[in-house]
Design a protein around this ligand. Sequence first.
Ligand code: AMP
Length: 283
Amino acid sequence: MEILKTKKHMQEWSVGKKKTSKTICFVPTMGYLHQGHISLLEKGKPLCDELVLSIFVNPTQFGPNEDLDTYPNNIENDLRLAEAAGVTVVFLPQKEEIYPDDFQTRISLDFLPDHLCGKSRPVFFGGIVTVVTKLFNIVMPDVTIFGKKDYQQFLIIRQMIRDLDLNIKILGGEIVREPDGLAMSSRNAYLTTEQRESALSLSRSLKMAEQAIAGGEKNSGVIVKQLTAFIQSFSQTRIDYICFCDPQTLEPVKFIDKQTLLSLAVQVDKTRLIDNIIIDPIQ
Ligand code: AMP
């Protein structure tokens, strides 16, 4: 496994592979790898000749009061896990490599970022789409894989690929959970034992909603009220949003009579957690 730290080396490597008709699968991450990340690498491994992982904590997607400075890292462990997953190259740039002092471009989308996480994190998706575009230009992948835990991010990157005619196939990876249901996240490392208990309110809410809908409840407002009371009954929780919406457009849905995305964001003390499920109601 090679570790490349500059754009030049990464691009030269990719151009070399293209010349010999090798295909490249790319999984971008912010590191502190867990089984959720590994599942994306495992999905990508058989699809292409080369498997590239990037580890870069992207400063432009963090707001002023968010956790950029404390974001967890353990690069030695990440490299061990990457090698075991069959990664051929890790792209590991420094901040200055991606954002030189005179950097001034930002890519934006018109509609998808107006919903869910975009409402409370105004710079978030602009930062993500910009860095992912740069990473695509540096790594030049044929295939890229994003986790559906960050469902809105997956939709936004898919849309950006379409809108900008990028010749990249995007695939989504299913959410990987801890045995008790908590969606895996690098940020779970912040949680104390008590907060970890509160964090379970997210995945349990999704199950509750699924059961309510299977039992015939179709009014999203009624279920949102139930889930709000449930999540608030756990200590240190502050709900950012609980939203039933269209899985393609993310427009809010009042009556759940077709496939619907239920997406949640909850702050447990200072740790912001998200989770989601796609629900198919019994017609
Ligand atoms: P991050 O390092 O958190 O930016 O995540 C990098 C990639 O891993 C993104 O495509 C995430 O959606 C994906 N990912 C993170 N957590 C999970 C999970 N629990 N299950 C599946 N994919 C995940």
